[in-house]
Design a protein around this ligand. Structure first.
Ligand code: NAG
Length: 378
C-alpha cells in the first residue's frame, strides 16, 4: 500500500555460499520497492483514469492522452571525419514514455538499492553469500515480473505457456561478460590469468601453432585464429559438469550480494561481472480472460533443471482440474505436487522422476499464483 495505491508482491530468492544475502533480501527488498514506487504515486493515481499507456508531466492538462516528453538530441556530424562535430544539425526526438516504464525503472532501482544495502551492511551484520531474485508485483491491473538470476516465471493460460522471464547464466550472458573483461578490466588486475576469447574446448600447449576456433564478445559465429602463447590463459567461462561458470566460480550472473566472492585461491573479485539489474516483463491481466486453472508459476532452478515448461504446465493444469474447485488450498497443493514430481521417488540407485530420469537434488521452491479475476488478485 503506497498512500492509496495497493500493490501485491511475491518474491523468490535462491541463496548460494551462505544464506545471509537471501534472508536479508527476503526481508527488505519489498521496502525498497515501496520506497521507489512511493515517488510515483501521484503519477500513477492520475494515470488510472487515462487510457492505460500515457501519462503527463502537466497534471492540469485536460487532454486525455498525456505524454511525458523528453527531448533527446542527436548531433549530426557535419565536420570532416575525426573533427569534433558541431551542433549545427540537431534532431529532436520526442519519446513517449508510458507509466509501465516508470514502474520498471522503480523495480530496477529497488534491486540496485538492495544490492548496495547488502554491500554496506554485510560486515556489520555478517551477511554471507549471494542470491538470485525473482519478484512479481501486481499493480493497477498489470503483473510486473522482475528477474535477476536463474529462477523462472511462466504464465499458464488456457493450457498455453507464456514465458515471463529468461535466465541469466554465463552461457546466456557470454557476450556481456566477455565485453566487461575487455572494456573495464585491466588484465593485470586479473593476474593475466583469464582470456576474454571463447574457445570450443580447453586448448593445450602442444597445440601451439595450430589454428583454433574462437569467438569474441562481438561474435555469435566462430572464426579461426592462430593458436599462440597468449591463448594459454584460462577461459572466462568454463563448462563444468552440466553447468557453465564464470572464472570457474559461479554459475549465475545476476543477483544480489556476492560482494566478497573471489576466484578460488586468488585475489580476483567476481562481483564486477555480476549484475544486480533485473529483466522486467509486463503482463496486462485486464487484456485477457482467465479461468480458474490459469496461473503464474515461479520456481527456482531446482525445478526447471529437471522439468520443462510443458511438463510443469501439464502437471499443474491436470492437478487443478482434479481438485475441488472450492478448495482454497488447491494452488498450494499444485505447487507441492510439482515439487514432488521434480524430486521423484527413491528407487534402488537414487531419486527418479518420469521416464526414469534423475530427480532434482537441488533445493526447489515453487509458487502457483491464480490469475482469475475474483481470486486473490482482484
Ligand atoms: C570485435 O572486436 C574486436 C576488438 O575490439 C575487433 O578487433 C574485431 O574486429 C571485432 N570483430 C567483429 C567481427 O566485429
Amino acid at each position: 500500500e503506497t498512500d492509496g495505491i495497493t500493490f501485491y508482491y511475491w518474491a523468490l530468492f535462491d541463496g548460494h555460499a551462505g544464506a545471509g544475502a537471501a534472508v536479508m533480501a527476503s526481508k527488505l527488498l519489498q521496502h525498497h520497492v515501496v520506497e521507489q514506487l512511493q515517488d510515483l504515486v501521484d503519477i500513477l493515481k492520475n494515470s488510472t483514469s487515462l487510457p492505460p499507456t500515457c501519462l503527463g508531466d502537466e497534471p492540469e492538462t485536460t487532454s486525455n492522452s498525456r505524454t511525458l516528453t523528453r527531448a533527446a538530441s542527436l548531433r549530426g556530424s557535419v565536420g570532416a571525419p575525426g573533427s569534433p562535430s558541431t551542433p549545427q544539425t540537431r534532431f529532436f526526438i520526442e519519446k513517449k514514455i508510458t507509466y509501465e516504464y516508470l514502474v520498471i525503472g522503480a523495480i530496477e532501482n529497488a534491486f540496485k538499492e538492495m544490492d548496495s544495502q547488502i554491500e554496506r551492511e554485510r560486515t556489520s551484520y555478517i551477511v554471507t553469500g549471494g542470491c538470485t531474485a525473482l519478484i512479481v508485483i501486481y499493480l493497477l491491473g498489470k503483473l510486473y515480473v522482475g528477474n535477476a538470476g536463474d529462477s523462472r516465471a511462466i504464465i499458464i493460460r488456457n493450457g498455453e505457456i507464456i514465458p515471463m522471464s529468461s535466465e541469466f547464466t554465463p552461457e546466456t550472458e557470454r557476450q556481456r561478460l566477455q565485453y566487461l573483461l575487455v572494456a573495464y578490466m585491466q588484465p593485470q588486475l586479473l593476474g593475466n590469468e583469464f582470456t576474454h576469447l571463447e574457445f570450443p574446448r580447453r586448448v593445450q600447449r602442444k597445440e601451439l601453432g595450430k589454428k583454433m576456433l574462437y569467438r569474441d564478445f562481438n561474435m555469435t559465429g566462430w572464426e579461426f585464429i592462430l593458436f599462440d602463447e597468449n591463448r594459454l590463459l584460462l577461459p572466462l567461462i568454463s563448462k563444468e559438469e552440466k553447468r557453465a561458470r564464470v572464472m570457474a566460480t559461479i554459475g549465475v550472473t545476476r543477483g544480489l550480494g556476492d560482494h566478497d566472492l573471489k576466484v578460488h585461491d586468488s585475489n580476483i573479485h567476481i562481483k564486477p561481472f555480476l549484475s544486480c539489474t533485473p529483466e522486467v516483463r509486463v503482463y496486462d491481466l485486464l487484456q485477457h480472460e482467465h479461468g480458474a486453472d490459469d496461473a503464474l508459476v515461479l520456481a527456482t532452478d531446482g525445478l526447471w533443471d529437471v522439468l520443462s515448461n510443458e511438463e510443469v504446465a501439464d502437471a499443474i493444469t491436470n492437478f487443478l482440474a482434479n481438485c475441488d474447485p472450492d478448495d482454497p488450498h488447491r494452488y498450494t497443493l499444485a505447487a507441492q505436487d510439482v515439487v514432488m514430481r521434480a524430486r521423484g521417488v527413491l528407487k534402488d540407485r537414487g531419486w527418479r522422476i518420469s521416464n526414469d530420469r534423475l530427480g532434482s537434488g537441488d533445493d526447489i521452491s515453487v509458487y502457483v499464483i491464480p490469475l482469475m479475476h475474483g481470486n486473490k488478485l482482484s
